[in-house]
Design a protein. Structure first.
Length: 347
């Protein structure tokens, strides 16, 4: 699975399914496009249809080309679209998924996978495979499948045709009907390591300092990492320091108002940067200043190191980590920021 960044455990598991001929009828990939779930699903489907009969797609045979060009008779892909979208627009969007599995345009929240598309897939599954091998359907953003569509899919999951495979991709299993989740085998795609992200960015000609900073602040999401390459890292660093500065030394009323105005993504970006500043302060306190990220702004790191003791630093970093994790649970981020502010003031 050449296009998958990191995720060694998931890649090994999927490779062994093919090598041992133990591919189940339904797989549920849990993870966002930024963690490699989509890239892995595409490579897995291509490997199943590949004429080279190997656990890894050759990408050269006619079957590999047909799957990637969305014209293989035994391979389909479902994606959330609004009903008014024309077929040529749908096909163009799906081609973008194949070309850029980590950075294709995400579907709007008000789009859905409809029951009509599910029934069309089911009709295809009733026929024998044209190429005599597997029939596969990849369902991206399965959490945006309408309830009636999900219920309709249950029949296929309960009575799967021979050598047929459904791969559903969702960021979290709780976004799907329990009856669907229970009939799928899980494959988890956790956040990527900073090292994996940094290494991949350097392949794309991003300098090491910038790549390392992005790798440590993007939250393990390569889509987010690519977004960050378009901005000015120094501006992000400055904004995150000003955030900490306001929490520690700002006027309380103005700080409270500023926190209330931050939107979710803006808050996550600032928190990621703030965590890096605090980790640098921790390194400085531990006489490891040669490892800090903000070496060019060591005076500011020193200011933070003077305010916090080790226990305070550790507690604040853990609080920020928990706030970033709250993003996955849809918790009110503004309340979390105010809680962070109060904790910092309490020391």
């Amino acid at each position: 699975m050449e296009r998958v960044i990191g995720q060694g455990r998931a890649v090994r598991f999927l490779t062994e399914l093919i090598e041992r001929d133990r591919v189940p009828h339904a797989l549920l990939f849990l993870g966002t496009s930024g963690t490699g779930a989509v890239a892995a699903a595409l490579d897995f489907v291509q490997a199943l249809h590949c004429q080279a009969d190997d656990a890894v797609a050759c990408r050269r045979c006619a079957a590999c080309h047909k799957v990637a060009n969305l014209n293989h008779p035994d391979s389909t892909m479902l994606f959330p679209f609004s009903r008014s979208v024309k077929e040529e627009v749908r096909q163009a969007a799906l081609h973008e998924v194949w070309q850029s599995p980590y950075y294709y345009p995400l579907p709007d929240d008000n789009t859905a996978i409809t029951i009509d598309r599910v029934r069309q897939m089911q009709r295809q599954f009733t026929h024998s495979a044209f190429a005599g091998g597997w029939r596969t359907t990849l369902i991206l953003h399965a959490n945006q499948m309408r309830v009636e569509a999900a219920n309709a899919m249950l029949k296929t999951l309960e009575e799967p045709p021979v050598r047929s495979l459904l791969i559903l991709i969702a960021s979290h299993g709780d976004a799907l009907l329990p009856t669907i989740v229970s009939r799928c085998q899980f494959v988890k795609f956790p956040a990527l390591s900073p090292h994996d992200i940094s290494a991949e960015l350097m392949v794309k000609d991003i300098d090491k300092t910038t790549a390392d900073f992005i790798g440590r602040t993007c939250g393990g999401d390569f889509r987010r990492a690519l977004d960050m390459t378009d901005g000015h890292i120094s501006d992000r660093q400055d904004r995150s320091f000003k955030f900490l500065e306001a929490l520690l030394w700002g006027q309380e009323e103005r700080t409270f108002e500023a926190l209330a105005k931050l939107d979710r993504q803006e808050a996550l970006d600032i928190l990621a940067g703030a965590e890096m500043w605090l980790r640098d302060a921790l390194l400085l306190q531990c006489d490891r200043g040669d490892h800090i990220v903000h070496a060019a702004q060591e005076d500011n790191v020193g200011r933070l190191a003077e305010v916090f003791d080790l226990d305070h630093l550790t507690a604040t970093i853990k609080k920020i980590e928990s706030l970033r994790e709250m993003n996955h649970r849809n918790v009110n981020m503004n309340l979390g920021l105010i809680s962070l502010w109060r904790q910092m003031k309490s020391f």
